[in-house]
Design a protein around this ligand. Sequence first.
Ligand SMILES: [Zn+2]
Length: 159
Amino acid sequence: MKELSVLPDGYPEIMRVYGDPLSAGFIHDQIAAFELPFPLKASWNTAVVYRWMNMHRYVGDVVVDALREMMEYRGLEYLQENAYDVTGGCFNIRKKTGGDRLSTHSWGIAIDMVPQLGLFGKKSYVPDFIVAAFERRGFVWGGRWKLPDGMHFQACKNY
Ligand SMILES: [Zn+2]
């Protein structure tokens, strides 16, 4: 099993470990395309199918490994029949929802899974086996926050 080797704590450590998303060269130096173990559908248009995903170079392998565990759990057909193969995306330089700070998606260190089951601010219905696949590898799950973000898994804490 692949696990996160570091879990930066707070903004300064995130910047030190993962780099500055707004700096020149960030994408070139820090972001890489990772081949996915099964195709993920985009939540905003399920006709869009990802076979590769741009993620931070320290994190992509671990996301891929978590997805592989999801697939091995009950098979790809099961994931597809239940729309557990839907993603809200990973790397995206933007502000946090309702905030001024950079979203963790800006570093390519967060992925949104089955957003239809884990809407921001709402009770999460994201299945336990998906949460477990990411948490056992060190990801922080937004579904445990006071203001829940059930779709959201990130490779840092306290930010
Ligand atoms: Zn997210």
